[in-house]
Structures are given as structure tokens and as C-alpha cells.
Ligand binder design. Structure first.
Ligand code: ADP
Ligand code: ASP
Ligand code: MG
Length: 404
């Protein structure tokens, strides 16, 4: 069988962990399988590199940032190949460019267009373990690109699809996908099987255990995906087409601390104003989530909305420098907020989910700043400092019910 095994930053954080991963790969190989290992940068390397860049230039070029960030993964793969050699296993490390991972040119959030499989297949046929740098590729000019934070998951799934692998295993620091982030909600439970769609909802609403694009890709190419721990033998979570959901209507809780809200105040109360503001943001590829408009007070109205924390300054600069042409009085922001979402396809047919959520927050005396609902989720915006309490109360409310 061919396995793609991805090891995240915490799984390769130091010497011991690199050796631990080498041993796990060795076990798969000695069971008679072929392995393509995809690695992230060690520990906090990516954050440290970002910080380093910003110390030199507060607004570095995206091309050069990708050039820098990609070095994190390059270190990991070289070290892993050395670790495997030390236990007598032949391997070869390959960067995204060497494999031929072709992406779009949007530095910092490039999309994989195609993957060449010749080099990897050649190495596998020669009985080499292939170690691929996650998170990186190259555009049509040969320039290094990166796929967005958490992008090594996407590299792994894309490789599994391109190579027609039997299984794609995502090794991380928790034992699988839980009903909520186990580092925040102590009573969260591991989910044995989850559907692509449910996982997609959780990931896109902030459960960073899998990058959203990796789940999209797994769904598109029907990649069998397992999330498990590199530090234990526990079985993990299987992500696949269908999962039994009869007994539950809520699949999980997503907690997103990487959000900020922006309030545009004193907008002329006439048609076309929202269009102007949001099309200006869309042109800059700024994704807007929850939107709230106040009832107009005669001449003017206010609009508040949320963006990813990473886009906050770009959005603020854009609005501030176009204040006159967009026709509003002033703009402010709040980056001390968090979003908690209750997610589940079964919610569409269950009434009362919203009131259960609000009751849980009320019992914890937590104030709600904004609310947004759809058929499959309800999100609330709260003060950042309330996040952990809110997550635990809400989880208790929904999951102390009969277990799935
Ligand atoms: P890696 O470095 O292995 O890619 P990440 O930090 O990107 O790891 O993702 C794993 C983390 O995701 C966990 O440590 C956990 O805190 C967080 N997480 C958030 N939501 C969930 C969830 N529903 N189930 C499991 N882990 C989650
Ligand atoms: N090293 C990259 C990051 O920290 C990619 C990854 O870990 O998946 O986002
Ligand atoms: Mg990750």
C-alpha cells in the first residue's frame, strides 16, 4: 500500500520528536508499505520567520516572504532524511519545486494547480522513502509560493490524490478530530468518523486541526483521510464521504480566535452604499463574514462586519484611505473578539438550537456582540477573554446530551 503521512509542526518540534517520527515511518515501511512523508516546519518556526521578516520591514513583499517561509519546511525534510539514515533507512527529501507542485502566483495563499508524479514515483520504485516539504510550491515562473497557514495538510491531501495513495494520515498533537478543540474544552470527545461536509464546516469556521482547503480537496478526490496523534497509538478520526449522523444534529463546536470586527459609522442612508464598501473589500480579496447593519437614523446608518485577523490592517487601510469616496464618517475596529460556532447538518431540522446556545451563554453571563445563522451553523461573536468559558459552557449544553 502507498501511504501519505503528514507530520505537523508540533510532531517534529525538536530532536526527540524528529526521531520519533522517523521511527513511525520506519514501522510503516517494515510492514511492507511505501511512504511519502509530508512535513511542516518545526514547532513555531513559521511564526518566528514571520516575526523576523516584520522586524526588518513591516510590510514585506509577499514573494520574498514566501521565499523565507519555505525555508522552515526545507529544514524539517533535510533533518528527517538524516534521522532515517541514522536508523538505516534510505530516503530522499524534496522541496515543492523539486517535486513539481505547480501553484497559482498568489503568494501567501497560492492554490495547487497540478503535481508532477514522476520524481516521486521514481524514488519510490528505488525503495526510497520520499520526504516532501509541505506548504510550498512554485508558480509558472518557478518562484516559490506558499499555500496559506496550515497548508501542509493541503500538500498531503493533494499528493495522496495525485499519487492515488491508499490512505492519507495527518499526524498531529491530538488524537483526532474532537467535538471541540480539546485544548480549550476539557470534556470534548473524539469523533470516530466524520463526513467531509461536517469536517469542512468545522474547519472553515475555525477548527484548525485540518486546513479548510485540504478537506475540500479530500472531498473532491475522495481521499481517505485519517487524523491521529504522532505521540500515541490511538486510532484517530476517519474523514470520509458518509458518516452516520442519525443520533446527532450538532457535529461540533468551532472556536475561532483569529477574527476582528470593523464598524463603519455614519454611512449615507441610501442605496448602493453597502455595495460600494464590500466591493472595495472584495477587490482586495478580503473575506467578510458576519455582517450587521443598524437601522438607519435618518440621514445615516452603521455597518459592522468581521474579517480574518490577518486581513484587519489591510481592510482598515483600505477603508480609511477611501473614506471620502465611500461616503462615511469614521471607521473603527475591535481585535479582542472571538467567534464560536455550533455546527451540524442536522440543525436544519431541529428547532431550538439557537435558544440552547443563547441559554448556555446567558448561564455563563457572557455577552453576545453579533449573531449569524445558516441552515448548518450558528455563530456568535464574543469578547476574546470569554472564549474558553463560553466554549466549555456551550459544549456542555450540546454534548452532555446522549453521545453520538
Ligand atoms: P499541526 O502542527 O499538527 O498541523 P495544528 O496546530 O495545526 O497542528 O492543529 C492541531 C490543533 O488543532 C490541536 O492542537 C487543537 O488545539 C486544534 N483544534 C481545534 N479544533 C479542534 C478539534 N475540533 N479537534 C481537534 N483539534 C482541534
Ligand atoms: N508551517 C506552516 C504553518 O505554520 C504550514 C503548516 O504547518 O501546515 O502554517
Ligand atoms: Mg496544522
Amino acid at each position: 500500500m502507498l501511504y501519505v503521512q503528514k507530520f505537523g509542526g508540533s510532531s517534529v518540534a525538536d530532536k526527540e520528536r524528529v526521531l520519533n517520527v522517523a521511527n513511525r515511518v520506519a514501522q510503516t515501511v517494515s510492514a511492507g508499505h511505501k511512504v511519502v512523508a509530508v512535513l511542516s516546519a518545526q514547532g513555531d518556526t513559521t511564526d518566528d520567520l514571520l516575526k523576523k521578516a516584520r522586524e526588518i520591514n513591516s510590510n514585506p513583499s509577499k514573494r520574498e516572504l514566501d521565499m523565507l517561509l519555505a525555508t522552515g519546511e526545507q529544514q524539517s525534510i533535510a533533518l528527517m532524511s538524516m534521522a532515517l539514515a541514522a536508523i538505516g533507512l534510505p530516503s530522499v527529501s524534496l522541496t515543492g519545486q523539486q517535486v513539481g507542485i505547480h501553484t497559482s502566483s498568489s503568494h501567501g495563499m497560492a492554490r495547487i494547480r497540478s503535481i508532477d508524479t514522476e520524481r516521486i514515483n521514481y524514488e519510490l520504485e528505488r525503495s526510497n522513502i520520499v520526504i516532501v516539504a509541505g506548504f510550498q510550491g512554485m508558480d509558472r515562473y518557478g518562484d516559490i509560493t506558499t499555500l496559506g497557514r496550515g497548508g501542509s495538510d493541503t500538500t498531503a491531501v493533494a499528493l495522496a490524490a495525485a499519487l492515488n495513495a491508499d490512505l492519507c494520515e495527518i499526524y498531529t498533537d491530538v488524537e483526532g478530530v474532537y467535538t471541540a478543540d480539546p485544548h480549550i474544552v476539557k470534556n470534548s470527545k473524539k469523533i470516530d468518523v466524520i463526513s467531509y461536509d461536517e469536517m469542512l464546516d468545522l474547519a472553515s469556521l475555525g477548527a484548525k486541526v485540518l486546513a479548510t482547503r485540504s478537506v475540500e480537496m479530500a472531498k473532491k478526490y475522495r481521499v481517505n483521510l485519517v487524523v491521529r496523534s504522532s505521540m500515541s497509538r490511538a486510532e484517530g478520526t476517519l474523514v470520509k464521504e458518509e458518516a452516520k449522523v442519525e443520533s446527532t444534529y450538532v457535529s461540533g463546536l468551532a472556536i475561532d480566535k483569529d477574527v476582528a470586527s470593523i464598524s463603519v459609522i455614519g454611512i449615507k442612508n441610501e442605496p448602493g452604499m453597502a455595495y460600494k464598501i464590500f466591493s472595495a473589500l472584495a477587490k482586495e480579496k478580503i473575506v467578510v463574514d458576519i455582517i450587521l447593519q443598524s437601522i438607519g437614523r435618518g440621514e445615516t446608518k452603521d455597518i459592522s462586519f468581521t474579517v480574518n485577523l490577518g486581513d484587519l490592517h489591510k481592510a482598515m487601510d483600505l477603508l480609511q484611505s477611501n473614506r471620502q469616496s465611500l461616503g462615511f464618517e469614521r471607521v473603527s475596529y475591535d481585535d479582542n473578539i472571538a467567534k464560536i460556532s455550533v455546527v451540524g447538518a442536522g440543525m436544519a431540522t431541529h428547532s431550538g438550537v439557537a435558544s440552547m446556545l443563547f441559554e448556555a451563554l446567558f448561564s455563563a453571563r457572557i455577552n453576545i456582540m453579533m449573531i449569524s445563522t445558516s441552515e448548518i451553523k450558528i455563530s456568535v461573536l464574543i469578547d476574546n477573554k470569554d472564549t474558553d468559558a463560553a466554549a466549555n459552557y456551550v459544549h456542555e449544553k450540546f454534548f452532555s446530551l446522549p453521545a453520538r
